[in-house]
Write a protein that binds this ligand. Structure first.
Ligand code: JFZ
Length: 429
């Protein structure tokens, strides 16, 4: 009789489920819905106070092109993104999936097909993990607001929400991430969030769940800022490419490839992930310059990937105008995004260097005097215009101490203890 495996403690099971997510580092967020037809942000129904009756016909005019999800998944792969999270239902209440609980969905209305099913298949074709975004807040459902002040409405609405989450986690095979959003207007108790998460894990025992149904979940979700959570707690920073999540062609200030690469370094240094969003147009096309920027980032990750994907040891070094660090054990990766020329000085490293090289390239000359490291013989121009990574090996765990004062250590903190010169023998008189 095979010994039955003892169930893991909850915290061990959580680490088990999070393992792939920690390694993934970089994901693609997709915001797509009826709002994409208006092109004025995914909150347009709320911000412009569009009545439900006036908004609803968008469900019939929504006519996506053929298989847009395949293009997104291929682009994500080229970008070095290892998972995707797509809106299955945003606050507008329109379901991109076939639901038995409402006809306000892509199968029954304009698209005439299950857009979530297409998305799942596209992710799997590219070997990407599958995430579902699902908004608890719902501006279309008649109980979506009333549930806060009427118990019968709350019961109906919570049954609807739980029912749809059950549909999503039952009808599409293995799902890797459940990404709740905006738990207005109920408390975690009002949503019955504990029961919601328990159901999700029963249906999908390996799934990870975020913190936006009012419970901590498996990971935190800093939005539009990169802020590590408490040590050991997994987190994922979600960021727009411009400033809107949904398709908004009038919002033209897009992040550059340099900026995306710096965000990847920041999340790696803090032990978290970056979920970078695209907001496709109503046909499903990805607006410029996102494809080009994502491909540049992917090419950069081809060259310097381990300095982001594998450098998971938090290293909150001090700021330098020439760049910043990620760390993997005794190795520091210096992400130099402002190239100083043939010589680069780094202060404050109170650890003995043993090697230096352009990552994936030639060795670099170095001299270290106390806590001042100078790399020389570098190319005059930056080898990689986005960011050049220099790989530095140390004896023991690298540390950096700078602070505000200018205190030069009076001896090498790592030098072998100096032998006192033997006292000179004086000749007997
Ligand atoms: C929410 C959505 O409203 C938004 O449209 C997008 O989907 C984003 C990923 O999630 O945005 C939020 C959610 C929470 C806060 C702010 C914006 N908040 O807690 O301050």
């Amino acid at each position: 009789m095979p010994a039955t495996r003892k169930p893991l403690k909850p915290q061990d099971d959580q680490q088990r489920r999070l393992a792939w997510f920690r390694d993934a580092r970089f994901g693609m967020f997709i915001h797509w819905g009826l709002y994409s037809q208006l092109g004025r942000h995914e909150w347009v129904m709320n911000r412009e106070r569009i009545p439900v009756a006036e908004y609803e016909p968008l469900a019939d005019s929504f006519k996506p092109g053929k298989w847009p999800a395949r293009k997104w998944a291929q682009l994500a792969k080229e970008a070095g993104q290892r998972y995707m999270v797509m809106t299955t239902k945003h606050h507008e209440g329109f379901c991109l999936f076939d639901s038995a609980l409402t006809d306000y969905n892509a199968k029954r209305r304009g698209p005439g097909r299950d857009l979530v099913a297409e998305y799942v298949e596209a992710c799997r074709e590219q070997g990407l993990r599958v995430g579902f975004y699902y908004s608890l807040m719902d501006w279309h459902h008649p109980d979506g607001a009333r549930c806060a002040r009427n118990e019968k409405a709350r019961r109906r609405f919570v049954d609807y929400i739980h029912g749809q989450i059950r549909e999503l986690l039952t009808n599409y095979g293995k799902i890797d991430i459940l990404w709740y959003d905006v738990n207005w207007p109920l408390s975690p108790e009002g949503w019955e969030s504990e029961r919601m998460n328990q159901m999700a894990l029963e249906l999908q025992p390996d799934i990870i769940i975020n913190n936006r149904n009012g419970l901590p979940g498996d990971f935190g979700t800093p939005e539009q800022h990169i802020t590590p959570e408490a040590a050991g707690r997994m987190w994922e920073a979600c960021m727009t490419f411009n400033t809107s999540w949904g398709y908004t062609p009038i919002d033209t200030d897009y992040k550059s490839a340099r900026h995306v690469v710096e965000m990847l370094r920041q999340v790696a240094a803090g032990g978290g992930n970056l979920l970078l969003n695209i907001g496709p147009d109503p046909l499903g096309n990805v607006p410029a310059p996102c494809p080009s920027v994502l491909r540049q980032v992917g090419a950069w990750l081809q060259q310097y990937g381990p300095s982001v994907y594998e450098a998971t040891d938090p290293f909150q070094g001090e700021w330098l105008i020439t760049g910043a660090f990620t760390r993997k054990g005794d190795t520091l990766y210096f992400h130099c995004n402002r190239w100083p020329g043939s010589e680069l000085a780094i202060g404050g490293l109170v650890c003995e260097i043993t090697s230096a090289r352009l990552m994936g390239g030639p060795k670099v000359k170095f001299r270290q005097v106390k806590d001042r490291l100078v790399l020389s013989g570098l190319p005059e121009k930056a080898p990689n215009p986005l960011t050049t990574v220099i790989e530095l090996g140390f004896k023991g765990e690298p540390r950096q101490v700078l602070g505000a004062g200018h205190v030069v250590i009076d001896k090498d903190p790592w030098a072998a203890p100096t032998r006192k010169p033997a006292a000179k023998k004086t000749k007997a008189k």
